[in-house]
Design a binder for this molecule. Structure first.
Ligand code: PRT
Ligand code: ZN
Length: 286
């Protein structure tokens, strides 16, 4: 039987679209999972399983799925035999403590002896223990933000993205417990054949995400620096070089990886680059 890498992704919810998009951008021909439990890529040896995000770590531990895409918060909370193999750079959020905006806050000690409502009891307990705070944890699975208003808890610990949910419930964010983003996790025992498929997939994911991190760069430089600068920011094929009206100077346009930019900036400056502009790229077709 042909060996497939089984990838579990969220069936519906905030991670669904990002997970599907990333896999499709990696060249996997897969159909959308609405109403389906699983689907196979036509052109790559993977099978996609559509599951509730909370169930994914357990399915991986049980070897029903080989790898999965979940929020880092779920990976840490579930604490299963999974390893984080790649951060995926989407669904970024934070898990934060919040209290009623009318309450005074004088640091974590303000939570001593209080009750905290959360869907993340494991993470919150670990955080409180590490900070020597004794507080009650009230586990609830949804609408955590209404808990203080109805007298169920003094504080909450929940996912925050823009902060507008907290605001509209009369709460204020007081501590960040962890930062999170979508991550790929894997089980402990993958066959060599599956590892090889996973490596090919990871290579593609890397290529997709690094394209997203590329920026358009424009700078002015003395003509004699063009060659050196080109060696630092070669762009997709080679930079565009246009003469400035000032004799002996050119404008050079290229593409640069945003992460690598700061490592390269000193080099570019030492070669005489000036007026460096970095502009986001909306689409990049190689
Ligand atoms: O049905 P299933 O169990 O699969 O999904 P779910 O309802 O448990 O999860 P879902 O789809 O809501 O979220 C999946 C993952 O997305 C989470 O585990 C996080 O890793 C990530 N994520 C990113 C978020 C948010 N942003 C987010 N804003 N998860 C939840 N929220 C909620 C939060 O709970 C709060 O109610 O949005 C509200 C806060 O948003 P702001 O923008 O008002 O601050
Ligand atoms: Zn869930």
């Amino acid at each position: 039987m042909k060996n497939y890498l089984r990838i579990a992704i969220q069936k519906s919810g905030r991670l669904q679209e990002g997970s599907m998009t990333l896999l499709k951008e990696s060249g996997l021909a897969i159909s959308n999972g609405r109403g389906q439990l699983k689907t196979q890529a036509h052109n790559f040896p993977v099978e996609i399983l559509f599951l509730r995000d909370d169930d994914i770590p357990q399915y991986i531990e049980d070897n029903v799925a080989d790898v999965g895409i979940v929020g880092e918060n779920v990976f840490v909370e579930k604490n299963k035999k999974n390893t984080l193999i790649k951060r995926l750079d989407f669904a970024k959020c934070r898990l934060s403590l919040a209290i009623s905006k009318s309450e005074d806050y004088k640091g974590l000690s303000s939570l001593q002896g209080k009750n905290i409502a959360t869907s993340y009891p494991v993470i919150v307990r670990k955080y409180l223990d590490a900070n020597n705070i004794k507080a009650g944890i009230h586990e609830i699975s949804g609408s955590v933000e209404i808990a203080p208003g109805i007298g169920l808890a003094d504080a909450i610990c929940d996912i925050v993205s823009t902060g507008s949910t907290l605001l509209s419930n009369g709460l204020k964010e007081v501590e960040t417990v962890m930062l999170s983003e979508a991550v790929m996790i894997a089980g402990p025992e993958l066959s060599d054949e599956k590892k090889e498929i996973l490596d090919r997939l990871l290579f593609r994911l890397e290529a997709v995400n690094s394209a997203k991190n590329n920026k358009y760069i424009l700078l002015n430089c003395p003509d004699e620096a063009i060659e050196k600068i080109t060696s630092v920011i070669p762009g997709m094929k080679s930079p565009t070089v246009m003469p400035l009206s000032r004799k002996g100077w050119s404008s050079l346009h290229s593409v640069v990886n945003e992460n690598a930019f700061w490592e390269k900036i000193d080099q570019l400056k030492s070669f005489g680059a000036e007026g460096i502009l970095v502009i986001p790229i909306e689409k990049m077709i190689r």
